[in-house]
Design a protein around this ligand. Sequence first.
Ligand code: NAD
Length: 483
Amino acid sequence: MTTIEYNQLYIGGTWIVPAGTGTIEVHSPATEERIGSVPRGGEADVDAAVAAARAAFDAPDGWASWEAKDRAEVLERFARELEARAAETARRVSMQNGMPIWLANNFEAGFPALLLRYYSGLMTGAPAEEVRPGMLGGSCLVSKEPIGVVAAIVPWNVPQAISFLKIAPALAAGCTVVLKPAEETVLDAFLMAEAAVAAGLPPGVLNVVPGGRELGAYLVAHPGVDKVSFTGSTAAGRAIARTCGELLRPVTLELGGKSAAILLDDVDLSASLENLFACTLLNNGQICWLGTRVLVPRNRYQEIVDAITDLAKALKVGDPLDPETKIGPLVSRRQQERVEGYIEKGKAEGRMTTGGRRPFDRGFFIEPTIFADVDNQATISREEIFGPVLSLIPYGSDEEAIAIANDSDYGLGGSVWSADPDRAIAVARRVHSGTVGVNHYTNDPVAPFGGIKKSGWGRELGPEGLAGFQVHKTVYLPPGEAK
Ligand code: NAD
C-alpha cells in the first residue's frame, strides 16, 4: 500500500517548511500498519499560523471587511474542491480512525460542503446591520461583527464534520481560523488544506497546525487568539476553560456524554432496531451523543434485552473499508484497553449478554458488548466509555425512566422510542439534555447542537452556531439622525 506523506504545513495560504522538526506517524487501527505521516507543528508554527490569521483578520481590506456575498463566493469554491476530494476524505478518515466507510461516505465526505453553503446562506440571507429607533431621542445602529481569530481544536472521532462545525460558521462570519486536528487524524486535515489551496482561500484565513495536547494548550493561551472553539473530552475541556477563564477569552466547549435511549413500553421494536443501532453504537461507539444507557421497561424487559443482544451479535465487525462492516476498530490500542477496562468493571456490575472480546489477533477491535441488569449508579452507567458497550437499565414507569435519564453528570444527546409520537415528545421535553431524538437521532444542520452540565458550553449548528463567532456592536447615532 502506498503511504500518504506530507513534509510541509498549510499556513498563511501556502505550504511552508515547518519550524518544528518532529513527525506525526499515522497507523491504521485495523491493521496496525503505518499509513502516513505529517510534520509535527511546533510552537513557532502556531505563532506563524496565528500571525497569518491575525493579519488576514486585521487588515483594513482583510477577510473580516469583505461583504458576506464575496466570502460566500470563496467558500463555494472551497465547498466544490472539498466535494472533488470527498471519496478520498472518507477513505482517509476510515483508514485513520476505523469509522466504517459507509458512514464516512455518508457523513464525513458531505457535511463540510453542506455546512459551508448553509452558513454562507445564513450570512448572505440576513442584513449585516439594522437601525433601531431609540427610546431616548436617537437611533441605534446594531451590527454583528466577526469575533476575530478562532482557535479550533478538534478530536479524532468525526474529524471532518467536527472541524467544519467550527470552520464553516467562523469563515462565513468573517473570522479567521487556526485549526489543530488530533494527532490520530491529520491526513484528512491535510487533504482539506489541499482543497483550501485549490479554492484560493486568501492567505491566513485558514491555517492547519497538527500536534498534541501541549500544542493545543499553547494555541488556546496564545495572545493572538480571540475565541476558542473546542470539541473533545470533558477533562481537556475543563483545562481549556480554566485557561480561558483566566484570560477572559470566549470559549465554546463540546464535551463528553452518557446519554439515555428511553424505550417506552409501546415501542415498535422491529421498526426501531436500525435507528436504534445508529443512536447507540454508531462509529464503533465513538460518538459523544450516543445513547449508551438504554432504558428498558420492565414489562417488556426480556423481549427487549434479547432483541438488542441479537442486534449486537448480528453486526459485522471488521475492516472499516469494507462497505458491509458495521463495527470497525477503536482508534488506538489505548482506547481499546480503556474500553476493556470498562468491560471488566461491567462484568461485576451487570450481566454480559454478548461481546466482551477482541475478535481478531490484530487491530484494535472490540466486539459490540451488551450488559443487562445494570443499575444507573454503576460505573458503566456513569462514565463515558467511548466504545461499543451498552448498559441496559430496567425501569418501571415513564416517570422513573425520566428520572434515570436525568440522573447523569452529562446532558448532550438522548432519544425516546414509542409507537405514539406525542407520548414520546412529551417525555423528550422532560429530558435534561441539549438534544433529544424521537425514534431516531440526527444532527440536522438547522438546529443547535450542544450540551448542558459536563457536556459543555455553547452551541454549534443552526443560527446559534453562527452566533458563537459574532459579537454585537452598537453605534449610537446622533440624536434626530434618521438613517
Ligand atoms: P481529547 O480531549 O483528548 O482531545 C481532543 C483534542 O483536544 C485533540 O486535538 C487534543 O490534542 C486536544 N487537547 C487535549 N487536551 C488539550 C488541552 N489541555 N488543551 C488544548 N488541546 C487539548 O479527546 P479525544 O480522546 O481525542 O476525543 C474523545 C472525546 O471527545 C470524548 O470524550 C467525546 O465525548 C468527545 N467528543 C465530544 C463531541 C461533542 O460535540 N460534544 C464530539 C466528539 C467527541
